[in-house]
Design a protein around this ligand. Structure first.
Ligand code: DGT
Ligand code: CA
Ligand code: CA
Ligand code: ZN
Length: 568
C-alpha cells in the first residue's frame, strides 16, 4: 500500500471510532498516525519493522497496524468496523462540512445513515432543527448532493503531464517531410491547469506525410479518425491528441482558431464582421482576398488589436484591452523571478540537504531562496521548534558561504485551529521570511476558515500565506472561506498570497490571481520545493499567474533581495 492509502485507512478507522462515540484519545491517536504516515517522505512499504516501530509518536499497537497495511494486508479492526458500520454513513464524510461529530449527531437525532436519508431530511427542512446546522449548511449540503448526481465530468489531465507528452510528439512529427511549422494549440497552449486533450497544429506542404508520421507515434493506442488534414488518436493511458495540418499562408489564422478559447475566437469573429471582414481558420478575408493569416500578430493587427498572449485568450476583457480600451498587461515571465520564497530541506519533509537545495537553486539562476521548513506541529515532518530553528540557522550560514547564494532564514508555520500560529512571535521575529499555511481541518466551515486565515494574515511577522485555498487538482476541493475578506486583510497588512507551483496545487488559481491584483494584494510565486528539481516547477506557477494577468510588479520575488527585505 502507498502511504496515502495507509493514511486513508487510518483516517477511516478514526472516523468510524469517532462516530461510534469512542474515546477522544484513541481517535486522536489514529488521526495523528494518519498524518505521520501521509507526510512520511519515503514509502513505508519499503521500511523495516524496526523503522516503522520508531516512527515518532506512534505506539506499538498502531505500528503493528501500519506494518500490516504497508505489507498490503487487512487490519482486523478495520474489517470489523466496516462490517458493522452502515456504508452510507461513511459516504456522508465526503460532503463538505460534515465531519464524524456532525454525522454522529445526524445519525442520533434524525436516523440519517446514507446520502439518500440526508437528501430527504434536507427536503423536509429537518436539519435546521439540529444545533449547529443552519440554513447556510442546508444550502451547501443540498448543492453538494446535487452536484454529485450530475453527470460525471469528462476526465481532464494535469497540464504538466500533457505538456511532456506533447513535446515528445512535436519532436516526433518534426522530422516528417514538408513540415514548415509545428505548434501546440488548444488549452495546453493557453496554459490551463488541466486539459481535455492535446491539440497540435502543423503547417506543411505535404499533409499526408505529417499524418502518417503522427499515426506512427509509438504510444498511439487507437485511431479515432484519420483524414487528409486532420487526425485524432488516443494514446496509451487514455489521453487524446488532435492534429491539424494546414498550409503556411494560413498558419497564424489557424493557430488563433485552434488555440481558442472558443469564446475568444467567437469575439474576434464578431469584430471581423463589424469591420466587414471574414475570419476563419484559413485567414482574414475581405471578400475573396486574404488580408492576413500567415502569422498571428498580423491577424490581430489587421483586426485593430495588439497581439494577445495565449494565456489571456479567455474573453475576460483581453480583446477590449488589446483594442486600447483598458490595460493589456506585460505578463510576467519565468526569468523575472529572482528568488523563491518557499522551499523545504530534509530538516523536515524535504528530500535533500540544505546544501543540495542551495546548489539546485543556484544552478537555476536564482539569486536567493527562503528555506521554509515546517513548524513543530507537523510532527511527522519533524517540524522545527525554536531550538532546532536556531540550529538550522548555523547550518544555513555555513551553506550560504559555500554555495554563494543568499538563503533567507524562514519557516512554513502552521496556522492552527483558531488562526494562532504554531510558533511564538519571538521565534518568528528572528526570521527573514515567514510563510503561514493551513495543513489541518481543511473542511472547516467558511466562517472558521476565514477567521483562521485573516488572523494569520494579521500577525505582523507573517509575510505570505502558503497555498491559500488548499485545493489539490482533481483530488480535493478548495477550503471554504470568504476570499474577499482575506484579500482585504492581506492588503491592509501588506501580506502576500502565494501562487504555489506544485503541479497538483497551483494555488492560487488564475482567477484568484486576478482578484488579488484588483484588490491590490501582492503575490509570491513559489516552488514549495522538496527536492532541487522542484525549482523547475516555478515555470508552472508563472504560467498560472500569467493566466491571471499578473505582471512582474505584482510579484514580490521579482525584487532584488535587499528591496524585498526592506519592504518588511
Ligand atoms: P480542452 O481540450 O477541453 O482543455 O479545451 P480546448 O480549448 O483545447 O478545446 P478543444 O480541444 O475542444 O478545441 C481546441 C480549440 O479549437 C478550441 O480552443 C477552439 C477551437 N474550437 C473547437 N471547437 C470549436 C468551435 O466549435 N468553434 C470555434 N470557434 N472554435 C472551436
Ligand atoms: Ca484541447
Ligand atoms: Ca481537441
Ligand atoms: Zn505546505
Amino acid at each position: 500500500m502507498r502511504n496515502d492509502e495507509i493514511a486513508g485507512v487510518l483516517e477511516e478507522i478514526a472516523d468510524m471510532l469517532e462516530m461510534t462515540g469512542e474515546n477522544f484519545f484513541r481517535v486522536r491517536a489514529y488521526r495523528n498516525a494518519a498524518r505521520t504516515v501521509q507526510d512520511y517522505p519515503a514509502p513505508l512499504s519499503g521500511l523495516s519493522r524496526e523503522k516503522i516501530d520508531a516512527l515518532p509518536g506512534i505506539g506499538a499497537d498502531l505500528a503493528e497496524k501500519i506494518a500490516t497495511l504497508a505489507a498490503g494486508c487487512e487490519v482486523p479492526l478495520h474489517a470489523r468496523l466496516k462490517k458493522t458500520f452502515p456504508a452510507g454513513l461513511l459516504e456522508l464524510r465526503t460532503l463538505p462540512g460534515l465531519g464524524p461529530k456532525r454525522i454522529k449527531l445526524l445519525h442520533d437525532r434524525l436516523k440519517i445513515s446514507s446520502l439518500d436519508d440526508l437528501h430527504r431530511a434536507l427536503d423536509a427542512g429537518q436539519l435546521r432543527t439540529i444545533p449547529g446546522f443552519g440554513a447556510k449548511s442546508e444550502e451547501r449540503l443540498l448543492k453538494a448532493l446535487e452536484s454529485r448526481t450530475a453527470a460525471p465530468a469528462e476526465k481532464r489531465w494535469p497540464r504538466h503531464e500533457a505538456a511532456a507528452i506533447a513535446h515528445e510528439l512535436l519532436a516526433w512529427i518534426k522530422t516528417a517531410r514538408g513540415v514548415e511549422n509545428l505548434a501546440i494549440a488548444g488549452s495546453l497552449r493557453r496554459g490551463r491547469e488541466t486539459v481535455g486533450d492535446i491539440d497540435l497544429l502543423a503547417a506543411s506542404s505535404d499533409a499526408a506525410a505529417v499524418m502518417e508520421r503522427f499515426l506512427s507515434f509509438p504510444a498511439v493506442e487507437r485511431r479515432l479518425g484519420a483524414g487528409e488534414t486532420k487526425a485524432s488518436v488516443v494514446l496509451r493511458g487514455g489521453l487524446q491528441v488532435d492534429l491539424r495540418a494546414i498550409e503556411s499562408e494560413s498558419w497564424g489564422a489557424a493557430l488563433i482558431y485552434f488555440t481558442g478559447s472558443k469564446a475568444h475566437s467567437v469575439h474576434l469573429r464578431k469584430i471581423a464582421q463589424g469591420a466587414g471582414l471574414l475570419l476563419n481558420e484559413y485567414g482574414l478575408f475581405r471578400g475573396k482576398r486574404r488580408i492576413a493569416g500567415a502569422d498571428e500578430d498580423g491577424v490581430y493587427k489587421a483586426l485593430g488589436l495588439r497581439p494577445i498572449p495565449p494565456e489571456l485568450r479567455e474573453d475576460r476583457g483581453e480583446i477590449e484591452a488589446a483594442a486600447g480600451r483598458g490595460h493589456l498587461p506585460h505578463l510576467i515571465t519565468a526569468s523575472d523571478l529572482r528568488g523563491d520564497l518557499h522551499a523545504h530541506s530534509n530538516w523536515t519533509d524535504g528530500r535533500a540537504t540544505i546544501e543540495q537545495m542551495a546548489r539546485g537553486a543556484h544552478e537555476r539562476g536564482l539569486e536567493y531562496f527562503a528555506l521554509t521548513d515546517h513548524s513543530r506541529r507537523l510532527a511527522m515532518a519533524h517540524g522545527l521548534d525554536p531550538v532546532r530553528l536556531r540550529e538550522q540557522r548555523k547550518e544555513i550560514e555555513r551553506v550560504a558561504g559555500r554555495v554563494g547564494i543568499r538563503i533567507l532564514r524562514g519557516i512554513e508555520v502552521d496556522i492552527l485551529d483558531d488562526g494562532e500560529l504554531d510558533l511564538p512571535d519571538r521565534a518568528l521575529a528572528e526570521l527573514d521570511w515567514v510563510v503561514a499555511s493551513v495543513h489541518s481541518k481543511l473542511g472547516d466551515d467558511e466562517k472558521t476558515m476565514t477567521r483562521r486565515l485573516v488572523r494569520a494574515i494579521r500577525n505582523r511577522h507573517v509575510d505570505s500565506i502558503g497555498h491559500p485555498s488548499n485545493r489539490l487538482i482533481g483530488k480535493r476541493e478548495r477550503s471554504h472561506f470568504d476570499f474577499t475578506e482575506v484579500l482585504k486583510a492581506a492588503r491592509d497588512e501588506g501580506c502576500a498570497l502565494e501562487v504555489n507551483s506544485q503541479p497538483d496545487r497551483l494555488d492560487l488559481t488564475d482567477t484568484d490571481c486576478l482578484a488579488a491584483k484588483h484588490a491590490g494584494v501582492k503575490l509570491v510565486i513559489a516552488s514549495d520545493a522538496h527536492a532541487p528539481h522542484d525549482f523547475d516547477g516555478l515555470a508552472g506557477g508563472v504560467l498560472q499567474a500569467r493566466r491571471g494577468w499578473i505582471e512582474p510588479g505584482d510579484v514580490l520575488n521579482t525584487l532584488p533581495v535587499d528591496e524585498l527585505l526592506s519592504r518588511r
